[in-house]
Design a protein. Structure first.
Length: 144
């Protein structure tokens, strides 16, 4: 398999994002339906599909039940990282975690910290002020 460069590759699986849904949708767990955190389950399902094995076969290899694999893939059960790594290992994958900064620049970090102390109304006012500022700059650029 080819190594991917997208978000899916960050999980240690080469190629494109999961076929079932985009990663953005996966990160939004649906707590009302009982879905805890479907990202790990979707990764397990994608790896199992790529390995062309059934849930039953994966369960046998992982020394667990088929119903446990089904719950994990459906996002109804969140495995520990050790259990997730063990399930992935029997399919020939090693999960890899990485950290990425929230902000791209020091100024962004300072702004985020500053905004934590603001009320929602203050944050809204600040955002609207930036919009007004950008309109002024754009207008000046168009006139000049």
């Amino acid at each position: 398999m080819e190594e991917g460069t997208g978000a899916w590759a960050r999980f240690g699986l080469g190629g494109d994002r999961p076929s079932r849904q985009g990663l953005g949708a996966l990160l939004d767990g649906d707590t009302e339906s009982g879905i805890i955190h479907p990202v790990l389950g979707t990764i397990v399902k994608e790896a199992r599909t790529r390995a062309r094995i059934s849930q039953r076969e994966l369960a046998i290899r992982s020394r667990t039940s088929q119903s446990a694999i089904s719950r994990i893939e459906a996002g109804l059960e969140e495995p520990s990282f050790d259990r997730f790594a063990q399930i992935m290992a029997v399919m020939g994958w090693k999960p890899k975690l990485s950290l990425e900064p929230v902000a791209k620049h020091d100024a962004d970090t300072a702004r985020l910290i500053e905004q934590q102390g603001m009320s929602p109304q203050e944050r809204l006012d600040s955002g609207l002020a930036w919009i007004e500022f950008s309109r002024d700059v754009l207008g000046a650029a168009n006139r000049g």
